[in-house]
Design a protein around this ligand. Structure first.
Ligand code: ADP
Length: 371
């Protein structure tokens, strides 16, 4: 690290100053943030090891003009005149909006703080600036993801809340004006439907947050795949019947005990089955399991509306619902398959879809033994 240019006032012991200087130098060098000090002409007088890391260079930069060393860009990707930015700084200032570009075309989001300082001792010290920089690319992408999630969730929640609110105030109006119970019913039914939808959505969000938090913690147990499929079919038989659909199980008699998370396997298959029942108007839904080397393959097939090739690429995305009018006619949050894929990733299971529009879909998942 280069020497700090310091004025050495009278009565200061040079040996002490030297020790202080070394302490300061090793402290700055051990920082994980990049520190660059420049003089009033914006020439580099001091920098630490983290600076070379963040700038991705391995050559000394002391005495170099700052604009040669540090090239930053604004949010719109326009180059920023760093020296004007620095010299116009009158009080310590920090921003999180600049970018650094690297030779391999990658970029980093930058936290940059600039503080005017006296680079020497006492009143007579030379004026300069200290820049502190940090790579905040990861923090930024997490922040962006969180902001997008909050904006999508609030949008998705607003619609049913608005409809429910409208219907309830309508019902209040009718009750006050006429007291006619029959006229109240449709508004209350619609409000009730919207509240049930909200409850579904909140359940999905809770499962999602559980799946995101449970990255490392789920219980592996010996699962009887035969029972899982049979229980699932039994639970949804009356719902299928009420829609005039047949619900069948096809279970390989050679199934072995599966070592995985019973909760997640159930939850994943349940999502496939409820979707198949929802998106099938006539015919049958079949749930099956067959033994494979190293695990069990489950599948849920239906004779429903099918999924177009383009939609197949999107159905695992957060809040995705097909534009197909038959999908639009059903209620859904677009979170089920997103959660399903998260859970599948946790248990190292691979999902495969085969689907043809107007013919039906098959969702297959291979669940490996985890021990
Ligand atoms: P939701 O069912 O709540 O809309 P999902 O995440 O479970 O959300 O599914 C996303 C989309 O994938 C659905 O909106 C639908 O368009 C499509 N989809 C899922 N399963 C099926 C299926 N079995 N048949 C046809 N389309 C399906």
């Amino acid at each position: 690290m280069p020497d700090l240019q310091t004025a050495n006032p009278v009565n200061v012991d040079p040996a002490k100053v030297n020790i202080e200087h070394q302490r300061l130098a090793s402290l700055i060098n051990s920082m994980s943030d990049s520190v660059i000090a420049v003089d009033e002409n914006c020439l580099v007088v001091l920098y630490n090891a983290a600076t070379l890391n963040i700038l991705d260079i391995n050559t000394a930069i002391e005495t170099q003009p700052l604009h040669k060393v540090l090239k930053i860009y604004n949010k719109d990707n326009e180059p920023v005149d760093i020296e004007s930015l620095v010299t116009s700084t009158k009080i310590p200032t920090s921003t999180r909006n600049y970018l650094l570009h690297y030779t391999d075309n990658s970029s980093a989001n930058l936290y940059l703080s600039i503080a005017p300082v006296h680079l020497g001792y006492g009143q007579v010290g030379q004026q300069g600036y200290v820049l502190v920089m940090r790579d905040i690319t990861r923090e930024k992408s997490l922040e962006e993801e969180r902001d997008e999630f909050i904006s999508v969730v609030s949008h998705e929640l607003r619609t049913p809340i608005t409809i429910a609110e409208g219907n309830i105030s309508n019902a209040q109006f009718v009750a006050n004006k006429t007291g006619d119970i029959e006229k109240l019913k449709p508004a209350l039914e619609e409000a009730h439907r919207q509240i049930l939808f909200l409850a579904d959505m909140i359940n999905d969000l809770a499962t999602l947050s559980r799946a995101e938090r449970a990255k490392l913690t789920f219980e592996i147990s010996a699962i009887n795949a035969h029972d899982i499929v049979q229980n699932l079919v039994n639970s949804y038989r009356s719902e299928a019947k009420s829609k005039g659909l047949e619900l069948k199980a096809e279970i390989d008699p050679r199934l072995e005990l599966l070592q995985s998370s019973e909760l997640y396997v159930r939850e994943i298959l349940q999502n496939f089955v409820t979707n198949s029942l929802k998106y099938t108007q006539t015919g049958a839904v079949t749930v099956g399991a067959r033994q494979q080397p190293g695990g069990v393959e489950f599948w849920v097939s239906d004779t429903g509306i099918g999924i177009s090739k383009t939609d197949q690429q999107n159905i695992f995305n957060k809040f995705f619902r097909s534009e197909d009018y038959r999908t639009k006619e059903t209620k859904g949050t677009g979170l089920g398959l997103y959660i399903t894929r998260k859970l599948a990733t946790l248990i190292k299971a691979a999902i495969h879809i085969q689907s043809e529009l107007n013919k039906g879909s098959v969702f297959t998942i291979f669940v490996p033994n985890l021990r």
